[in-house]
Design a protein around this ligand. Structure first.
Ligand code: NAP
Length: 256
């Protein structure tokens, strides 16, 4: 693998987990992070997450691989903030839970290789303290390559795949549109239902909070764990995969 320098934009749960995993499993690879939040950058330094840059351009300047780890709705802005500093030939990737909208938002420079992806791993936690070195072990990383005819593009896909395998993930490739349909069924709709069931229980006057906590069986407790996920991240997922989520919601309602 010829990836020696990695830049992570967004030092939250997923960005910090990639950093921790790389430190453990790829000791020869250096990782530099940047986050737009000064509080996150300060915290990342306190917990010795890695090298923290003060601006996005410095983070990516020499990087062989740049991974955008920001909410789906912020991917376009994150790319714009690093675009002019990317090394020619660099691989640009992302971890967004929706692929079509991210590909729509990023118009890559002609001299780089944009290979989108989505690791199917995560918890309800967010922020740099939620970085887990083992998060990706035996979990799927779905790589969603573009229709790029350049011969070097296939090599970039292979490099990214090797990087994720080295972090312990199982990898697969899928067309971006297929990814968004499949994930609407297995992830996005279940989160939407969990948020709404928990909100309904909170709003019900007939059942008080004490009863909800006291009598919640494991099924409802699982819903509350899922509904504790970051609302900004999930708002972006629902809004950016609206068509597929609404279609699946239609099938679900019919079944009900
Ligand atoms: P997170 O813990 O909230 O971290 C995201 C970080 O990105 C925040 O610190 C945020 O700062 C920062 N950020 C936002 N816009 C930025 C920009 N333009 N430049 C630099 N930093 C920026 O979120 P996460 O859970 O790691 O999720 C990140 C991505 O991974 C999302 O696209 C999500 O769909 C995907 N993903 C998540 C999971 C999961 O289970 N969590 C699993 C797989 C994939 P502010 O707080 O200031 O906005």
């Amino acid at each position: 693998m010829s990836i020696a320098k990695v830049a992570i934009i967004g030092a939250g749960h997923i960005g910090a987990s990639i950093t921790r995993a790389a430190a453990e499993k790829l000791p020869g690879v250096s990782v530099t992070l940047y986050d737009q939040s000064e509080a996150v950058r300060t915290r990342a330094r306190e917990i010795k997450l890695g090298t923290i840059a003060d601006n996005p351009q410095d983070a990516v300047r020499d990087a062989d691989l740049v991974i955008l780890c920001v909410p789906v709705g912020a991917m376009g802005a994150a790319y714009e903030s690093v675009k002019d500093a990317l090394k020619p030939g660099a691989i640009l990737s992302d971890v967004g839970s929706v692929k079509g909208a991210v590909i729509e938002a990023i118009k890559p420079r002609a001299d780089i290789f944009f290979v989108p992806g989505h690791p199917l791993a995560g918890t309800e936690q967010s922020g740099p303290d939620a970085g887990l070195a083992h998060l990706f072990e035996n979990r799927w990383m779905i790589v969603t390559p573009l229709d790029d005819p350049r011969t070097e593009y296939q090599a970039a896909v292979e490099q990214l795949t090797q990087f994720w395998r080295a972090l312990g993930a199982r990898t697969d490739t899928m067309a971006p549109a297929r990814h968004d349909t499949v994930l609407a069924v297995v992830s996005h709709l279940p989160h939407l239902i969990a948020y709404n069931i928990v909100a309904m229980a909170e709003d019900l006057e007939a059942v008080n909070e004490h009863e909800v906590v006291k009598y919640s069986a494991s099924g409802f407790r699982d819903f509350t764990r899922i509904a504790a996920s970051d609302p900004i991240m999930w708002r972006d997922v629902f809004l950016n995969n609206k068509e597929a989520v609404l279609e699946m919601l239609g099938f679900f309602t019919e079944g009900l």
